[in-house]
Design a protein around this ligand. Structure first.
Ligand code: GCV
Length: 700
């Protein structure tokens, strides 16, 4: 880093820390402080050994969050002479791990926070605060951890005009207009929150990218953000529009095999690195949903990715190349297309390319089986892409804790190298020995005062970060530690909150698309139910493409008699998915088209089971509401009220999903509802007639 950068970083950091000023006065509980609600009076003794901006922010964080009761705390890298003399087992911590424990330093008992780098120390400081915020004490502290995945990255689908694609928490956090001059103090608080989880990268702009984000003025704006984030160990990345050499460079082509195109990207990369010396690299959505890409020129995705990779390689940069592709020209099952296109390219990507794969093969549905590409490209680092923002799970208003969704995917067994070949091991690189590894989450962050649109949405940001650090953590344990830090450690609040969270995602699955149904939402905005839609231009945009319901049955046949999508999984998994009797019931209609009379595990017919699950989903939300009502005396008024109001919206909308779906299924199968089941509130035509102009997150 140049001296100029160093000074700029320090200045930015100090400006940002204005918002960190500790205070004991009562604060509005508006959610701004996220899970970092430090109310500690001053008095902590923090001894910082070293003078980097990163150690300075670590010390500021501890001064802010610790009471004097913690006793003296020393923060220092393991290379510090006094720390090195202790001969602690720091070697296995790697470049980002931490060790926090009681030691005697220069004859004085202290809590030592250390790591091999200053960023490791910073993560240790946050781990200490988490330990104390979840009921631990300084007396018993003994923490040690290192991240299992190297790149832990947020993807912001933020447009340069401030609109966030699929964003439900207000405008983009990045005020591109006032950058680079004005560095909103929120940028530093954003960095603090991410660093507290170990998130170490952020892609600032939408994958549906504009070429302008690569122009000098916008690179300068990105550089200003990079300066704020740097002390927190966070690198900045940009989404690159593949046709930028044409749009910005005046070239006639963006063909990756054209030397002028390669030279343009190389010069562009050099220019970016002059401004942002630790720039992370590019994220690319190519030949997907209308975006330009190498296929426009008959070149492969690997040729496109490698050309960009060569441009950033001299600077240590990487390329994250998305595998989210499906084409209107390809009549094959949409769920098969990414595998068909990418698997043959295994082994042809440059060393600094990761292929970024969504958790499932369609598109972030409330439930999808794991993507068949995981395990299928052993020679290529596959980066997981989760969606933290709830495009298909009720936007910001529905309470849906995504920890169980993330956990379910990471724990899924690909069986490619025998039992235990989990998706997590693929992503960690453990299965095939990759050292370049990554995980991305599409951010749910905006300019709303509470960052994520609701208190409970913050838990999804939190859970993503914690699982990115360690995919083996349990979703429930993460929910508990989040709730303790967010609402306080009183078990009368924490336990019901955790219970609500753990039931919530399954409830959304139940009331939107039980038993493996998916993609049944409204067109474009993706708000609310519309399983009847069948008139959109591309077949795979229509919900009827996915459910295939008729008078006899329902579901997408992905076995040999259908698209044979099951064959994309390893044989041991394919065999299970090929038979409806061995397919997990949660994925039944994803893989099979079955009679409405098919007997499910409960003994109910498929039709009765569907109805049962829709009702169960609505009932779970009603129960969540009751539980939250009971917490009124124990939660601050502001956060309690907003959550209560949102839960009421969720219950109303869960009923709407259930009623509209059942009305439609009955119109298709001609069946009556089982005895005692409530009829939909309206007839099908009423549901079909609903219109929703200007919903959030859907750029017009
Ligand atoms: C950024 C889905 C979303 C799009 C998104 C796309 C993607 O189709 O609806 O808004 O575009 O996924 O992941 O590229």
């Amino acid at each position: 880093m140049t001296r100029r950068h160093h000074l700029r970083t320090l200045a930015t950091m100090l400006a940002g820390m204005a918002t960190l000023t500790p205070g004991t006065a009562a604060r509005a509980e508006d959610g701004y402080r996220l899970w970092m609600r430090y109310d500690a009076p001053a008095g902590a003794q923090i001894d910082v050994r070293g003078g980097s901006p990163t150690l300075a922010v670590a010390a500021a964080e501890l001064r802010h969050g610790l009471t004097g009761d913690a006793g003296p705390v020393v923060i220092a890298a393991a290379t510090d002479a006094a720390v090195a003399a202790l001969r602690l087992p720091t070697a296995e911590l790697g470049p980002e791990g931490y060790l926090v424990r009681r030691v005697t330093l220069a004859g004085r008992p202290v809590v030592l926070v250390t790591g091999n780098t200053d960023v490791g120390v910073l993560y240790g400081a946050f781990a200490l605060l988490r330990h104390l915020g979840t009921g631990g004490t300084a007396a018993d502290v003994a923490l040690r951890s290192a991240p299992k995945i190297k790149l832990r990255v947020l993807n912001h689908w933020d447009n340069l005009d401030g609109v966030v694609e699929r964003g439900y928490a207000g405008q983009s956090l990045w005020d591109w207009w006032t950058l680079p001059d004005f560095k909103d103090p929120r940028y530093a608080d954003y960095a603090r929150a991410n660093a507290s989880l170990g998130i170490n990268g952020t892609v600032l702009n939408n994958v549906n990218a504009k070429a302008e984000s690569l122009t000098a003025p916008y690179v300068a704006k990105a550089a200003a953000l990079a300066d704020v984030f740097r002390p927190y160990g966070i690198r900045v990345y940009l989404s690159a529009r593949f046709s930028a050499p044409i749009e910005l460079g005046g070239l006639k082509t963006a063909d990756p095999r054209d030397p002028d195109v390669a030279a343009w990207w190389k010069a562009k990369a050099d220019e970016i690195y002059r401004t942002i010396p630790d720039f992370g690299g590019f994220l690319v959505k190519a030949n997907s949903e209308g975006q330009p890409g190498p296929r426009d020129y008959g070149a492969t995705h690997a040729e496109g990715a490698n050309m960009l990779a060569a441009a950033v390689a001299p600077h240590g940069g990487i390329v994250m190349w998305r595998a989210f592709v499906y084409a209107d020209t390809d009549p094959d099952d949409r769920a098969k297309q990414a595998y068909t296109e990418f698997k043959p390219l295994d082994g042809t990507f440059a060393d600094n390319v990761l292929v970024q794969v969504k958790n499932g093969a369609i598109d972030f549905q409330p439930r999808e089986p794991f993507h068949p590409l995981f395990g299928a490209m052993p020679k290529t680092p596959l980066m997981m892409e989760f969606q933290i923002t709830k495009e298909y799970l009720g936007f910001a208003t529905h309470l849906a804790y995504l920890g169980p969704l993330f956990e379910e995917t990471l724990a899924a067994d690909t069986r490619v190298r025998g039992k235990g070949s989990t998706v997590a091991k693929v992503v960690e690189g453990a299965l095939e020995g990759h050292t370049l590894t990554g995980i991305a989450g599409v951010a749910n962050i905006g300019r709303d005062r509470d960052w994520s649109g609701s208190s409970f949405n913050q838990a999804n940001w939190y859970a993503f970060g914690r699982l990115a650090w360690d995919p083996a953590l349990s979703a429930e344990a993460i929910a508990r530690e989040w709730a303790q830090q967010t609402f306080g450690t009183d078990p009368r609040v924490v336990e019901p909150a955790v219970g609500m969270m753990m039931a919530s995602r399954e409830a959304v699955v139940d009331y939107t698309g039980p038993l493996g149904l998916a993609h049944l939402m409204g067109t474009g905005h993706h708000y609310g139910p519309a399983p009847w839609v069948s008139d959109l231009k591309r077949p795979e945009w229509n919900p009827v493409y996915y459910h295939r319901a008729d008078r006899q049955g329902i579901g997408f046949d992905r076995t040999k008699t259908g698209s044979n999508g099951v064959a994309q999984y390893a044989p041991a998994v394919a065999t299970l998915f090929a038979d409806p009797k061995t397919t997990p019931e949660r994925d039944l209609l994803w893989f099979h088209h079955l009679s409405w009379d098919w007997k499910t595990q409960s003994g109910r017919s498929l039709w009765e089971e569907l109805v049962h699950r829709y009702d169960r989903g609505v009932a779970t939300v009603a129960d969540m509401r009751r539980q939250w009502d009971g917490l009124k005396p124990l939660v601050d008024a502001e956060r309690w009220q907003k959550t209560a109001t949102y839960l009421a919206v969720q219950e109303r909308e869960a009923r709407w999903w259930r009623d509209a779906s059942l009305a439609y299924w009955m119109s298709v199968n001609g069946r009556a509802l089982p005895a005692g089941v409530a009829a939909p509130a309206h007839d099908l035509e009423w549901y079909k007639a609903q219109r929703f102009p200007y919903p959030p997150g859907n750029p017009q």
